[in-house]
Design a protein around this ligand. Sequence first.
Ligand code: SRM
Ligand code: SF4
Length: 574
Amino acid sequence: MSHPSVEDIKINSRGLRGTLLEGLADPVTGSLSFEDQRLVKFHGTYQQDDRDIRDERRRQKLEPAHQFMIRIRAPGGVFTPEQWLKLDAIATTHANHSLRVTTRQTFQFHGVIKRELKATMQAIHAAALDTISACGDVNRNVLGASNPLQSRLHAEVHEWARRLSLEFLPRTRAYYEIWLDQEKLADSGEEEDPVYGKAYLPRKFKMAVAVPPVNDVDIFANDFGLVAVVGDDGGLAGFNVTIGGGMGAAHGDAKTYPRLADVIGFVAPDRAIAIAAAALAVQRDHGDRVERKHARFKYTIDDLGLDAVVSKMEAHAGFHLEPARPFHFEHNGDRFGWVEGEDGRWHLTLSLPSGRIADRPGTPHLTGLREIANVHRGEFRVTANQNLVIAGVPAGERKRIDALVHAHALDRENGAPTALARTAMACVALPTCALAMAEAERYLPDFAAKLEPLLDRHGLREAPILLRISGCPNGCSRPYLGEIALVGKAPGRYNLMLGADHRGQRLNTLYRENITEGEILEALEPLFARYAGEREPDERFGDFLHRAGLVALPPYPTHVLVDPVRTPALGEAA
Ligand code: SRM
Ligand code: SF4
């Protein structure tokens, strides 16, 4: 039986309702119908199954162990301690006893079964959070710089992430009716949606707000980005606008490729929402609605031409963009440890292993962070690098937080003894991700441990080399921006990609295809040796590989306009 297309499912869904109410109430199966599985994503949840036991269940003629992943919408990734405690309670009551910080600054729960789904959504609502648009063909969770040094500007940027998220939420009340039992109104199912219409976007759409000199949101991997520009008074003058970033690709399909965003101009703050709306509208009206693999904004831009897309955006917005202002990013990582914010409060950034917060032998991280949430009065910020900032700590409280961090092995020495391990990212992959071809999150600690003696041998223990692992070419850990990246091909086999920079401004290149761990280590060792022996002061690994002619530039365009001028950071006087 052939299934309807996602476009038809959206159009016929009565505002994303489908038969979700009936499907959730059906006790015979742990699954939803094909159509509802597509629709439920717009409500922030994916149907999955436990792939570790898939074959065994098939042998026993049982249906797969269906379960759901739930993703929170949290623009800018800020949570109160009260919310933390509620999320922790949800993880331990309804999910698999873990919280997973994602590469888009939010939390995922895994392992929620269908009959617990509604209660979980209600518990999320009770924490003053929601999951609307966390997945689906809509504007996804909006990233906002978490750089803790600039407290006042962090608040401002966080507010922009929140505004962009709220502005582009779908208008349907389906979420409230299905999950929160709110009453149906007269026009339920017929609500007008001026932004999305009935067919929503051709594909997911991602936005981010960055604050130079830190590119911790990897702005150039987003469909639309705002890069904050500082004015003469040290305040926000406006934003450089970026469009057309995206990571997803498919093995062996040259029509798909990762692409870095172009910088297309500058807007004053009061025009930022209008230009974002224009980008969304151009993609809505011109994106590919036939071939989903080719439906991201980056392909629309490459098909129509950048100038044509910018003209359409300007026509939609009703104004012209000003020329882009100079900007400069120093790095795209997080800075670990304590820093004092400009308001005199302190912020502690902790490295989390692939963002997974769970209690494991020797590393009771879930318990530790629960205990911190019990005493902490500031906020928690999750970063787009899968890490965590315990933010807004008065100087007098630092000791107490430090003691809890240490007692629960949350300090960086635990499990991540090399600089490479501390900054590494890995996507979820197996056992929950249906698309995984190889391990990623579960493999990262082993792989980092295998690299440790190699790094030691060449004196590179503290060299900040950026490693990213993805279980397939979709690129959820933004692997094409890793100085070293493993992209899954098959169980135990990866493409080794090398040579991105550390600022999120240059993509890496395929170095060896479909190789095993042994072959990866063998390929890396001589490169580490040469890097150790030949690098210039402060030269990063990816840059060295290019200078030494060891890797080629990517075969696809890397579009970022890089301005080498040192421009003031927000908050600094010009
Ligand atoms: Fe992703 C699909 C996990 C960030 C590109 N991603 C998936 C799914 C939902 C698999 C699926 O469709 O069945 C994965 C669920 C795994 C699981 O069990 O939890 C998944 N993506 C993730 C997360 C959890 C990775 C992580 O380890 O943190 C990230 C959640 C982000 C969030 O909170 O919203 C995540 N995904 C990304 C990013 C990074 C980013 O946005 O900065 C990318 C690359 C950027 C981009 O979109 O181009 C990304 N995910 C994809 C793609 C490829 C899209 C494409 O253009 O081709 C897919 C596959 C798809 O959409 O068909 C995908
Ligand atoms: Fe799954 Fe692939 Fe994304 Fe990893 S990169 S979470 S394997 S879709």
